[in-house]
Write a protein that binds this ligand. Structure first.
Ligand code: SAM
Ligand code: SF4
Length: 335
């Protein structure tokens, strides 16, 4: 028997989020500066190294893998990696292989993802207005993403939409986006904007729209039932009785989820972040490269890192300044 990954607060770590690239074909204003500097390619783990890394986590008890980025589907030959992870689904070692994507490449890849065993995707979409979409993503084009969503559903993938709640941007679309999701049988999760990365001219406090306001607006329009469902992450769910949809609220700035946190995040350079909201990380690339067939050094480095998983994060907007501001971008750690 291999001992599972348990942190010092008795939380079992069975969920790994993997950023496979820091690059992206969009430049969402809350995520990246327009002239981002990306990592030199030689810094990245190769696809084979990503496979070894993730396979070791799976051997140590990880049951759910979420592939993210940057935009995971712009990494060259990424389907090779999805195929490699698919074998863990077939063997039963892994329960779920999924991804978070901006949708731009799904028209091309939806069928292949399904063939690799992916059954659900999260697609990030903050507006259904074409002009606003171009404004918020800078480089994205809504019709392309819509074709991606069509392709995903046609391929048999269950789609959930993730939208970042942005003050003065999509406040007036809350119900319209919800109705659009209902018409396509898609659940929807709202995310509070987080203080990740220096964005140059953009100001975090100008963007921040707390989800308690959003929930109150739903309550005006729909009958809400709180759902007990917990994913080990910062999401809380309600059902809209009129449409049957599940609506999620991700409030990373509150602490009420840390005690059940079951996840860690791997960057495309092999750094393991034990908490989204802390700078502490462990380098796994070096032990991976030094490991032999049995991945002994890597396994020991993973166990040592999990022993350092902190109790919680330090984000705080409450004093009208952004405390706990993280210097790294979301696209580095993977959202
Ligand atoms: N490119 C893919 C996408 O957009 O879905 C995956 C990576 S992206 C970093 C993952 C998620 O993080 C997206 O839903 C995005 O909206 C969200 N995100 C990015 N920056 C954020 C921030 N500062 N605060 C909250 N969410 C953010
Ligand atoms: Fe790219 Fe996703 Fe960041 Fe937008 S949120 S810039 S799509 S990584």
């Amino acid at each position: 028997m291999i001992a599972p990954l348990i942190d010092p607060f008795q939380r079992a770590v069975n969920y790994l989020r993997v950023s496979v690239t820091d690059r992206c074909d969009f430049r969402c204003v809350y995520c990246m500066a327009e002239n981002m500097t990306f990592l030199p390619k030689k810094e990245l783990l190769t696809l084979e190294e990503l496979d070894r890394m993730c396979s070791t986590f799976v051997r140590l008890g990880v049951k759910k893998l979420r592939i993210t980025g940057g935009e995971p589907l712009v990494r060259r030959d990424i389907m090779t990696f999805f195929q490699a992870m698919g074998r863990h689904l077939e063997s039963g070692a892994l329960d779920e292989l999924t991804l978070t994507t901006n949708g731009s490449q799904l028209e091309r890849f939806a069928d292949q993802l399904y063939a690799c065993g992916v059954r659900r995707v999260n697609i990030s979409l903050d507006t259904i207005d074409e002009a606003k979409f171009a404004e918020i993503t800078r480089w994205g084009r809504l019709p392309q993403v819509m074709r991606g969503i069509d392709a995903a559903q046609k391929a048999g993938l269950r789609v959930k939409i993730n939208a970042v709640a942005l003050k003065g941007f999509n406040e007036d679309e809350q119900i319209a986006i919800t109705q659009w999701c209902a018409s396509r049988d898609m659940d929807l999760t709202w995310i509070e904007v987080m203080p990740m990365g220096d964005l140059g001219e953009e100001n975090r406090l100008d963007q921040y729209w707390p989800l308690k306001d959003l929930r109150a607006r739903y309550a005006d329009a729909y009958t809400l039932t709180d759902l007990a469902e917990r994913t080990g992450g910062p999401a809380r769910y309600v059902r809209l009785e009129e449409t049957g949809q599940k609506i999620g609220f991700i409030t990373p700035l509150t602490h009420n989820f840390c005690e059940s946190c079951n996840r860690v995040r791997l960057t495309c350079t092999g750094q393991l972040f034990m908490c989204l909201g802390q700078e502490d990380m462990a380098d796994l690339r070096e032990p991976l490269r030094a490991s032999d067939e049995g991945e002994g050094k890597l396994e020991e480095a993973i166990r040592a890192a999990i022993r350092l998983k902190p109790k919680g994060h330090d984000f705080d907007y409450s004093r009208q300044q952004v405390d706990g501001q993280m210097s790294r971008h979301m696209s580095h750690t993977g959202g």
